[in-house]
Design a protein around this ligand. Sequence first.
Ligand code: G1P
Length: 292
Amino acid sequence: MSIKKAILPVAGLGTRFLPASKSIPKEMVTVVDRPAIEYVVKEAIAAGIEQIILVTHSSKASIENYFDSNFELETTLEKKNKFDLLKEITEILPSHVSVISVRQPQPLGLGHAVLCAKDIVGNDDFAVLLPDVLVKDADPKNDLNLMIQRFSETQASQIMVEAVPDDLVDQYGIVDVASTPEEGHSIAMQGIVEKPAIGTAPSNLSVVGRYILPSKIMQLLEKTPKGAGNEIQLTDAIAMLQDTDVVEAYRMKGQTFDCGSKIGYLKAVLHYGVDHPKLGDEFKYLIKELKL
Ligand code: G1P
């Protein structure tokens, strides 16, 4: 069966994005004309996902509100004949896609956040998308789609990776592979380690934050001890999964923007801005006008 469920952990407080994230969730910070989280949800939907599971926190209700209907706003737009805007806000989610949420009661790490969705996932295999990172892919058949296809064909878990400079390996999960696969291809992993010290990493292929995992990873997460940063790490459960199952690193072909960091966010605004169907041309002109 294909992958239809995706877990999006959004409970984190976004300290890297303060002060913007002081009173709005970092996932709701606007990239061009919509919140960052919408790009991630659209990426999942483009890959065939039908159920988005938000693992969330009491301070993040605006994310749920964004994907819910807003009767008052819709009625007002209708009365004022603003049908273009009405269409925009009612088409954020296609009708075959649902968003549900579950709380992460304590900040015990990414592995723990994923485990919070255990009862909703049940016996289904699932995707995990970390919403800090936006993945921009010109191809309508996006990277996540290819990972799901590969998983369906081989039953091997898929971990999306991209090369990073050697001096940044300590900020990511890093995979151990015999060779670097071509973009758009997967290779079996020998290991995976969370945030290795510089000079000790098994490669420079970093975990981007897109995973296709079997439902049984939940049982492994239940017995995963605290690891790096004194948190329950998804990376450690994946390392355990490798004892019994094939796990593959999928090398992405798209481009990533780390919207959890301020400079990554600015880069995302530039790239999504110049490609925006309505604003792009004028935005390019504005950039040229800066004459940097
Ligand atoms: C998490 C993962 C890490 C991954 C990173 C991608 O770390 O634990 O393996 O490389 O996301 O952004 P975090 O950034 O939450 O510390």
